[in-house]
Design a protein around this ligand. Structure first.
Ligand code: CP
Length: 339
C-alpha cells in the first residue's frame, strides 16, 4: 500500500500560522531577497483569481513566479468576464451565479499547481462576509494549495511582508512598540489588514496599540485571539480612542483605514459619522510624539486624507520597502507551499 498523501496546505489567515512557521517564512524571505532569480518552481503554475482591484499583489505574485521559474495565469473579471460563483453548499442555483465554487475549484486544480484568490465582502451582511465565503470555498474544494490574496477579514501576504519589513529595521521585534492607527478615508475599507497584522505582531511579542475612534473596534474574536497570542509571546495588545495617545512612544506607526462594524451595511450613516473624523490624519506634528517611528502603510493610500505628504515622503517612511517586500515574502510563501 502506498503511503497516504499529506493534506494540502493553504495560506488563508495569520491566525492559524504558528510562530515557528512565521519565523521560518521570514528567514526564507530574507534569503530569497539576497538570492535573486532561480528555478525552484520551474514548470509550476499559479492561478491568480481577482474579484477586486489590485496593483501590488497582482504584479508581485506574477514577478515572484517569473523569478522562481514558474508561470502565472491571471483569471480576473478585469480582463474577461468570469462566471459568477455560488459559495453556499446545497444552494438551489436559480439566481445570478452560473457556477458553483466546488466545480470551478475542482476544475482549476486540474490545470494549476496553486490558486491565489482576492475577494473582499460586499459589506452588506457581516455575518456572511466574516466567513470569507469565496476564499474559504476555494480552499475547501480545490485539491491544490490556496493563498488568500485578501478577503474581507484577512490579508496574510501583506502582514507577512509588513513583519519582514519591521524586522529589517528592528532585528528583534519582541517588546517593540507598533501603533496601528485608524485614518479617515471616503469609503469603508475591509478590516483585512489590521486583523492580519495585529495577530502576527502579537505572535512576534510586540507591544501593539490599536488607535481608532469609537465604533471602529475590530472583531472581538480577532482581538481576543490576538491578546492571547501576545500574552504567550510576552507582548501586549491594547486599544485607545485617541490618535495622538495611540502614537505616543511608537517604534512603528502603521496607518490604515477600515470600515465600522457598527455601521456595516449602512454606508450612508457611516459617511455621516466620518465627517467628524477628519482629524484622524497622521501628520508630522503627531509623528513627533513617537520614538522616531518608521511610518508604514500597505498602499494604496489617499494622500492628505489618511497621512500628509510630509510624513509619506519623509525620511522615516518605509512604505515602498513594505511594498517591495511583498515580492520576497510571497516567493517564500510560494516555495513553502509548492516545493
Ligand atoms: N496592499 C495591497 O494589497 O495592494 P494592492 O491592493 O495594490 O494589491
Amino acid at each position: 500500500m502506498s503511503p497516504a498523501k499529506p493534506p494540502k496546505r493553504d495560506l488563508l489567515t495569520t491566525q492559524t500560522l504558528k510562530r515557528e512557521e512565521v519565523l521560518n517564512l521570514l528567514d526564507l524571505a530574507a534569503r530569497m531577497k539576497l538570492k535573486g532569480p532561480g528555478n525552484l518552481l520551474a514548470g509550476k503554475t499559479l492561478g491568480l483569481i481577482f474579484f477586486d482591484k489590485s496593483l501590488r499583489t497582482r504584479v508581485s505574485f506574477e514577478v515572484a513566479m517569473v523569478h522562481l521559474g514558474g508561470h502565472c495565469v491571471i483569471i480576473s473579471s478585469a480582463y474577461s468576464d468570469i462566471y459568477e460563483l455560488e459559495p453556499e453548499e446545497s444552494a438551489v442555483m436559480d439566481g445570478r451565479a452560473d457556477e458553483h465554487i466546488k466545480d470551478a475549484a475542482a476544475t482549476l486544480s486540474r490545470y494549476l499547481d496553486a490558486l491565489a484568490v482576492r475577494h473582499v465582502g460586499t459589506r452588506r451582511v457581516y455575518e456572511i462576509d466574516r466567513r470569507d465565503p469565496v476564499v474559504a470555498g476555494y480552499a475547501r474544494f480545490a485539491t491544490v494549495p490556496v493563498i488568500n490574496m485578501e478577503s474581507e477579514t484577512q490579508h496574510p501576504c501583506q502582514a507577512i511582508a509588513d513583519v519582514m519589513t519591521m524586522r529589517e529595521h528592528a532585528v528583534r521585534l519582541e517588546g517593540r512598540k507598533l501603533s496601528i492607527v485608524w485614518t479617515n478615508h471616503p469609503e469603508p475599507r475591509s478590516m483585512s489588514v489590521p486583523n492580519s497584522l495585529v495577530t502576527l505582531a502579537a505572535k512576534m511579542g510586540m507591544e501593539v496599540t490599536l488607535a481608532h475612534p469609537l465604533g471602529y473596534e475590530l472583531d472581538p474574536d480577532v482581538m481576543a485571539a490576538a491578546q492571547l497570542e501576545a500574552r504567550a509571546a510576552g507582548g501586549a495588545v491594547r486599544v485607545v480612542n485617541d490618535l495622538g495617545d495611540g502614537m505616543e512612544g511608537a517604534d512603528f506607526v502603521y496607518a490604515k483605514s477600515w470600515g465600522s462594524l457598527k455601521y456595516y451595511g449602512d454606508p450612508e450613516r457611516e459617511a455621516l459619522v466620518k465627517r467628524s473624523l477628519g482629524d484622524w490624519l497622521v501628520t508630522g506634528e503627531l509623528m513627533q510624539r513617537t520614538s522616531k517611528a518608521r511610518f508604514m502603510h500597505p498602499l494604496p493610500v489617499r494622500r492628505n486624507v489618511g497621512v500628509t505628504d510630509e510624513v509619506l515622503d519623509g525620511e522615516n517612511s518605509i512604505v515602498y520597502e513594505q511594498a517591495g517586500n511583498r515580492l520576497h515574502s510571497q516567493k517564500a510563501i510560494l516555495v513553502n507551499l509548492l516545493k
